[in-house]
Design a protein around this ligand. Structure first.
Ligand SMILES: NC(=O)c1ccc[n+]([C@@H]2O[C@H](COP(=O)([O-])OP(=O)(O)OC[C@H]3O[C@@H](n4cnc5c(N)ncnc54)[C@H](O)[C@@H]3O)[C@@H](O)[C@H]2O)c1
Length: 257
């Protein structure tokens, strides 16, 4: 541990899996007390257990980021158990396959509810505590789908675009409070979220789907959850003290082409 997050209380949404779990572990290794929030109680507990067994400090909190009452209760619980949140990583997200013609209204709404509204609700609940603590950092999870069109992912592209626009808006509003707000746009990372998409891209064959996807990445591989977690850690640390309103493409060069 080098203590880049010493003294900070970090709240990571979607911390029960994939990128969120990797981030929770990295933040804890750097000295943060970590609240792992997830819709799935057992998944959040597993992440917290991994951290606590490794000598870190973590608690598990269950909430749906798209439901205001659950978000408010979860943030109150985190503040009472760990103290004011000074690093929020709005990572929880869901995708939805389909172009506009075939996307069902309920899938469109779910995509916006979790990705965009969840980011708004979590930030709304955390900002008063962060401001009272003298400032902090918010990192919002976008996607390369906010920067370039991903075929047949209309609702996801639109919802992640909203997250990136919200990041810029929050950054200028929160700057006077000492709160920095940045977004990460990850390229494809092999996590449970992505497996169905990779399988579909290979006409049912996961290996074929992986090969087709890797071909789009100049760096010659897909991302690992740890690659994205490291960017979130940097943006949440004092090393990034002059960054706000930024959108960092963590995508192995995919959107540089
Ligand atoms: N994996 C990728 O290739 C990739 C690429 C770009 C962006 N992203 C984004 O990164 C984030 C994490 O993705 P991942 O691949 O680690 O996904 P994942 O499915 O492995 O993990 C997401 C976690 O979020 C939780 N979650 C889902 N809905 C929730 C809700 N309403 N409230 C609270 N928790 C909820 C899930 O239970 C799960 O534990 C998402 O926002 C995703 O859109 C992922």
């Amino acid at each position: 541990m080098t203590g880049r997050m010493a003294g900070k209380v970090a709240l990571i949404t979607g911390g029960g899996s994939g990128i969120g779990r990797a981030a929770a572990q990295q933040f804890a290794r750097e000295g943060a007390k970590v609240a792992v929030l997830d819709l799935r109680a057992q998944a959040a507990t597993e992440t917290a257990d991994i951290i606590n067994s490794a000598g870190g400090t973590a608690i598990a909190v269950t909430a749906n980021v798209a439901v205001a009452s659950e978000v408010e209760a979860a943030v109150a619980e985190v503040v009472s158990r760990l103290g004011a949140v000074t690093a929020l990583y709005n990572n929880a997200g869901v995708d939805s396959a389909g172009n506009v013609e075939v996307t069902e209204e309920r899938d469109w709404d779910r995509c916006f509810d979790v990705n965009a509204k969840g980011t708004y609700l979590m930030s709304k609940a955390v900002i008063p505590h962060m401001r009272a603590a003298g400032g902090g950092s918010i990192v919002n999870q976008g996607s390369v789908a906010a920067m370039v069109a991903v075929p047949n992912f209309a609702a996801y592209c639109a919802a992640k675009g909203a997250v990136v626009a919200l990041t810029r808006s929050m950054a200028i509003d929160c700057a006077p409070m000492g709160i920095r707000v940045n977004a990460i746009c990850p390229g494809t990372v092999f996590t449970p979220l992505m497996e169905p998409m990779l399988r579909a891209r290979g006409d049912g064959d996961l290996e074929a789907g992986l090969a087709k996807t890797v071909a789009k990445y100049p760096i010659g591989r897909l991302g690992a959850p740890e690659d994205i977690a490291a960017v979130a850690l940097f943006l949440s640390s004092e090393e990034a003290c002059f960054l706000t309103g930024s959108t960092v493409a963590a995508d192995g060069g995919m959107t540089a082409q």
